[in-house]
Design a protein around this ligand. Sequence first.
Ligand SMILES: [Zn+2]
Length: 84
Amino acid sequence: MRRPRSCCTPTPEQPRQGPHCSRTSGRVHGRYVRRLADAAIGGKPVVVELLVRRFRCLNGACTAVTFVEQIEGLTTPTDLGSSG
Ligand SMILES: [Zn+2]
């Protein structure tokens, strides 16, 4: 079995605040690998595989059921309730 070229979990296991409301959630709904294209190194394109977590929002009045954590400096909040 081949291992992923690069895969890391840059965030500690801690609750996250959703981008849509101020409620903090520690209820992990799932995890998935997100690919980030980066600048080429040595003429070869580099893809960073980032393991991010999807949280379930605990705010019953919130329109978003789940949200994906954002890694500061790496990801942007483009996934707001869309399929991921
Ligand atoms: Zn929410």
